[in-house]
Ligand binder design. Structure first.
Ligand SMILES: [Zn+2]
Length: 341
């Protein structure tokens, strides 16, 4: 078994002791898009004990350019990203326990989904979820690694509670909606996502093997088109800020109303609707009921209903992603009409 990890254990920063430590650890990846795919791939190959992949979405053709775990067959099979990633990764390393969780990480489920992890890797596409992770990390003392990218630019930072500033120290408030570019408005080249994820997992290996002195202590920014890499030292921030999260220990995002029932998925022309109490939908029954309304396909993970102007993706817990609109009122109307509350 150790043959598999021989080159990694030979590296002096890790050694056989470090390898043994990695093999005891549970890591969660939140968001399995471009960043999450590469992070998951590297972590599973590194031999962690357990990996939990949390993602709320299914795979679309426009994802294949940069999301390295997915292929055309996954799209034909209508697989959610977490499930497709798990299947592929399990073939790569059958010794790692891989949990696929198809869900939207939010205040009502974060304590359950991240309860027993040693480290959280950011692969999400929005600041609301990042600040939620940041709250949970600081409150529970679990490190997390921020990562984001768009265009040819990317950024990453480690948050190790009690040791480094947290994300709120650096980005005091939520960037107002519409002021941050997204992959859907600005596009993205695959190398930046893979680079940022690689930087995140290099830091992850340091954390998992307790090489904390080797950690990058800054906010690292890279632009692959402008050939620029900058590091903003954030160490000084930890002593003198009045951070609401890590100094005043007020967890705004964790204590937010369990659900704002709808979330506009930025730049995607889609709205996500959560079922108020979580449902247990029988997708086969629902497919039978909806087949007169439009084109329906389904499997045990996901049902898709194609209407003239809209498309509804429905998950067994009652969650739905409604494409073709950015208007929560329209989306809620469609949800009520076709799925019911
Ligand atoms: Zn802070």
């Amino acid at each position: 078994m150790l043959d598999r990890y021989a080159r990694q254990a030979l590296f002096s920063g890790i050694g056989s002791k470090g390898q043994a430590a990695i093999m005891e650890k549970t890591v969660a990846i939140v968001g399995c898009g471009a960043l999450g795919c590469t992070s998951a791939n590297l972590l599973v190959r590194s031999g962690v004990k357990r990996l939990r992949i949390i993602d709320r979405d299914y795979i679309e053709e426009s994802n294949l350019q940069r999301q390295l775990l997915f292929d055309e067959e996954d799209i034909t099979k209508n697989l959610p990203k977490a499930v497709a990633a798990q299947r592929k990764l399990q073939k790569i390393n059958s010794h790692v326990v891989i949990d696929a969780t198809v869900a939207d990480l939010n205040p009502s489920n974060i304590e359950t989904l991240l309860e027993d992890v040693h480290l959280i890797i950011d692969g999400v596409d929005n600041f609301e979820t990042r600040f939620l992770i940041n709250d949970y990390s600081v409150k529970q003392g679990i490190p997390w690694i921020y990562g984001a990218c768009v265009g040819s630019r990317g950024v990453t930072m480690n948050v190790v509670p009690q040791r480094t500033p947290c994300l709120r120290c650096v980005l005091e408030n939520l960037p107002p909606v519409g002021t941050t570019e997204t992959c859907d408005t600005e596009g993205i080249i695959a190398p930046i996502a893979n680079l940022i994820a690689s930087l995140q997992i290099a830091e992850a290996l340091k954390i998992l093997t307790n090489n904390l002195d080797a950690l990058n202590t800054g906010l690292l920014t890279v632009d692959l088109w402008q050939n620029k890499m900058t590091r903003m030292d954030v160490k000084g921030l930890s002593g003198n800020t009045d951070c609401i999260t890590c100094k005043r220990r007020t967890y705004e995002f964790l204590s937010r109303d369990k659900t704002s029932l709808s979330t506009i998925l930025c730049g995607r022309g889609s709205v996500q609707i959560l079922h108020p109490n979580g449902a247990k939908l029988d997708l086969a029954n629902l497919a039978e009921r909806l087949k007169r309304v439009g084109g329906v396909t389904h499997n045990s993970f996901l049902l898709r209903l194609k209407l003239e102007k809209y498309e509804l993706a429905v998950f067994p817990d009652g969650r739905s992603i409604i494409s073709g609109t950015n208007d929560p009122v329209v989306a809620k109307g469609l949800y009520a009409k076709y799925i019911g509350m």
